[in-house]
Ligand binder design. Structure first.
Ligand code: 26Q
Length: 821
């Protein structure tokens, strides 16, 4: 009847080659002989995506028919990583493409390298969103991911003299073959102005918003293919453009050039990803971004995804908006505004529906990371939303007052509006009040969320709070990133593990099989060689491939304690060059770092400088040659993670207990056969429980001990005075030994450690060193180490993001898969 999509190109080498050449000639406009590598890459991407198109259209059609409940994942960040390989494994096209390209004299690997990853996120939270949409597609759960198409993603990090310098991430500049822009489906979003009261036709007093300016949101669709299941979900990212009305007003004034310039004002909204991820400033543009993508997304869902004339009273049966942290929580007053002001519902009726449509995931425990917006700013940009927030707050506090008569202090504590240091809106409170559920991202984190961050709320609504431990997608982080391990596993237990990761348990007995252990070691060795080749190409550095690879990769933050790792390295170095430690008595180690610092985060940037300077000194010193090597490749991103993690022997997860909400890198390492040295924090707790104490190097204070020490008045200098090893390590840094004798360069770090040390680096130093000694001893017993590594893989199936998604469905969403057949 014309609604069925046309068939995809033939699933064969000939079918692929034919389509590829067609794309090269008619898409790129070049012949094979004259095609650049980029032409070839773009033609390949367009060819591969054609294999997904028919399934995508079919998925949309089926979903509309089924009238199933959808998940709308609202996230300001999606850290997707490269698309080509993921599309190839999803369609099972890798071999066909490899062979087809080879027949034309083209190497697939070369074209892969051409892709610039979409880095539309900062770190864990953005990568989690990408893992979740992958899992939902693979599980055939209806989901649409909504977010922002930043023109510039997370900055590209370079080092100049060892210090971080940021470069713009021009990810779109060589072409964007994975996106489908729909300018014809643009949505208008309003800002500013004022509100006014009026009486409607039925004599009811109402409020309307009279905005001052608007922008267009243009949707860009991206395919989210399920793994070999014929399903393709949608990721819809919004790009800001000037509206016509906006143009007209100014163009008519005759100021043509000013008018053109004014367009960039609107386009600024989706221009750049904010690179801060823990102490966000209340910047107006950031609030504009948040409202922009949320308003577009709600409008899109209500008007385009739902059938025409859908009765919005049924909304909770058709949608759950999952709030990825507080960044999209302005969606709550926006939905209220739509229902009350536009649809003219009663307040209570609208609130009853709204509160069923949202659920909130919190990703932090740091008080400074909780988002608040000054009332003055919010009122200026979104005056109607501020009024709605006030009303939500008034109604809520009236309820609380009824349950706790006379408890003024409680009301003040629970108010969405904070009075000090500035009147502002506490977004986490708004999200908690509006959400049908509130979840933390690991068991410990969810408990601390209840007990420390939102205790009044968890007392008020004990059943609202739940935990969903994070997970990672095994497609990208095992199958795609670690083909050698994937083949080994599949040879042993079949391919079912890729979509049912608990089946890795079937490998447990193989940990005792010496032949299997040898193969497992061969895989690691292969991955180290592969990493070495990449770093050689990428950064011109060479690693010893027979050393233990000890890796710490994550954003740079004081609470994550990269400085603790540096102190370990400096201590070893110092003990070797003073003759106390025989370098041949410890297993040779490569210490690898990867970390971006927020551009305005002084201490974090200092730490990057310190790591590089220590590395330079250590690597150049013949006395430690072969024993200690430090590498810090710049611009750690998803692509680098995919080669680095599979090569690692040791995973550093050393945040101060009670500070890392979950961590997800920790899971990727365990699943790729690295052992963890870690604190009792975030998901480390669950990793250790699952893999067993013998296969995990635990150290450090426990969360309650941390609280006790801090409450008693922590004095870091005590540890410095009482521990000679610690003193020698710090003194070495203070002496200028890593800065050509200049004592001032790293003075801020040294004095911070000695006099402040907010994250108890010094308190955990000795315990960390002891654990590292246990690592060295364990590593010397190759067979036992391999056994532990295999058990880490076999027992980490729980950390699949598929399992996280089942937990969300079960505890929060109550949605159902729509099966392909
Ligand atoms: C907020 C307002 C203004 C500007 C920036 C921000 C902002 C942006 C990003 C605040 C926070 C973030 C990102 C936070 C994040 O990545 N948190 C991590 O989330 C992971 C997934 O749940 C956890 O595993 C990590 O423990 C947590 O740190």
């Amino acid at each position: 009847n014309g609604t069925a999509p046309v068939a995809a190109p033939q699933h064969s080498v000939e079918g692929f080659v034919k389509e590829f050449l067609r794309e090269l000639n008619f898409g790129q406009g070049v012949t094979l002989e004259r095609a650049s590598v980029n032409d070839q890459y773009l033609a390949l991407a367009r060819t591969v995506r054609e294999y997904l198109m028919a399934r995508w259209l079919e998925t949309l059609r089926r979903q509309r028919d089924a009238q199933a409940k959808s998940v709308a994942y609202l996230s300001a960040e999606y850290l997707l990583g490269r698309q080509l390989d993921n599309a190839l494994i999803a369609t099972d096209m890798t071999e066909i493409v490899e062979e087809g390209l080879a027949s034309l004299g083209i190497e697939l690997g070369k074209l892969r390298e051409q892709e610039v990853e979409p880095g539309l996120g900062n770190g864990g939270l953005g990568r989690l969103a990408a893992c979740f949409v992958d899992s939902l597609a693979t599980m055939s759960v209806p989901c649409i991911g909504y977010g922002i198409r930043y023109e510039y993603g997370i900055f590209r990090q370079t080092f100049v003299d060892g210090w971080q310098v940021e470069q713009p991430d021009t990810w779109l500049s060589l072409g964007a073959p994975w996106e489908f822009p729909h300018p014809e489906a643009a949505v208008t979003v309003h800002f500013g102005g004022s509100t006014e009261k009026y009486t409607d036709d039925d004599g009811v007093e109402r409020t309307r918003w009279v905005p001052a300016w608007d922008v267009l949101g243009v949707p860009y669709n991206y395919m989210v293919p399920g793994y070999q299941n014929g399903r393709v979900n949608t990721l819809r990212l919004w790009s800001a453009q000037a509206t016509n009305a906006f143009d007209l007003a100014i163009f008519n004034s005759g100021e043509y050039v000013d008018a053109v310039r004014a367009q960039t004002f609107a386009e600024n909204i989706s221009k750049v990803l904010y690179p801060e991820d823990s102490t966000p400033q209340g910047k107006e543009l950031r609030l504009q971004q948040q409202y922009f993508f949320v308003a577009c997304s709600l409008r899109d869902f209500v008007e385009n995804v739902l059938p025409e004339d859908f009765d919005l009273h049924g909304l909770p049966e058709r949608i759950i908006f999952q709030l990825n942290d507080t960044h999209p929580v302005i969606a709550v007053p926006e939905l209220m505004r739509i229902l009350v002001d536009e649809k003219k519902w009663d307040w209570d009726e609208a609130w009853a529906v709204t509160r069923q449509c949202f659920a909130y995931t919190c990703h932090t425990l740091l008080p400074e990371a909780l988002e608040v917006w000054p009332v003055a700013l919010l009122g200026k940009l979104l005056p109607r939303h501020l009024e709605i927030i006030y009303r939500i707050n008034d109604d809520f506090l009236a309820e609380v007052a009824q349950r706790y008569p006379g408890d003024e202090l409680r009301l003040r504590r629970m108010s969405i509006i904070a009075e000090y240091p500035e009147r502002s809106v506490r977004m986490a409170y708004l999200a908690t009040i509006a959400g049908s559920k509130v979840n933390g991202v690991a068991a410990l984190h969810s408990q601390l969320l209840r007990d420390k961050v939102l205790p009044d709320f968890s007392e008020y609504w004990p059943d609202k709070f739940t935990n969903v431990t994070n997970g990672v997608t095994p497609r990208r982080f095992i199958r795609l990133a670690n083909p050698a391990l994937s083949d080994l596993i599949t040879d042993a237990i079949g391919p079912g593990w890729i979509t049912d990761l608990e089946r890795l348990r079937e490998m447990e007995p193989l940990a005792d099989d010496p032949e299997f252990r040898q193969k497992f070691r061969d895989v690691k060795a292969h991955n180290k060689v592969r990493l070495n080749a990449l770093l050689q190409r990428r950064d011109g550095v060479t690693l010893p491939v027979d050393a233990m690879l000890d890796v710490m990769v994550k954003r740079l933050h004081e609470y994550k304690r990269q400085t603790l790792k540096v102190l370990h390295i400096v201590s070893l170095y110092e003990r070797i060059i003073t003759g106390e430690l025989d370098p041949t008595s410890i297993p040779p180690r490569v210490f690898a770092f990867g970390a971006k610092a927020a551009p305005g985060y002084k201490m974090a940037k200092q730490t990057i400088g310190l790591i590089n300077h220590v590395g330079r000194t250590v690597n150049a010193d013949p006395r430690v040659k072969g024993a200690l090597t430090v590498v810090f490749p710049p611009n750690y991103n998803v692509t680098l993670a995919e080669t680095l993690i599979p090569a690692a022997d040791l995973s550093e997860q050393i945040s101060l207990a009670g500070k890392e909400a979950s961590g997800t890198g920790n899971m990727k390492f365990a699943l790729n056969g690295a052992l963890t040295i870690g604190t009792d924090d975030g998901a480390n707790v669950e990793i250790r429980e699952l893999v067993g104490d013998d296969n995990f190097f635990l150290f450090g204070l426990l969360e309650p001990e941390v609280e006790k020490i801090v409450a008693a008045g922590y004095q870091p200098s005590r540890y410095y005075e009482e521990n000679p090893l610690l003193r020698r390590a710090i003194d070495r840094i203070a002496s200028g030994a890593f800065a050509d004798g200049d004592r001032t360069v790293f003075e801020p770090i040294v004095s911070n450690l000695l006099h402040e040390d907010r994250f108890l680096v010094l308190a955990d130093f000795q315990s960390y060193l002891d654990a590292q000694d246990r690592v060295d001893a364990a590593y010397r017993d190759t067979e036992a180490w391999t056994r532990s590594a295999i058990l880490n893989v076999a027992r980490s199936g729980f950390f699949s993001s598929d399992r996280s998604m089942w937990d969300y469905i079960d505890r929060i969403w109550h949605s159902q898969p729509v099966h392909a057949r």
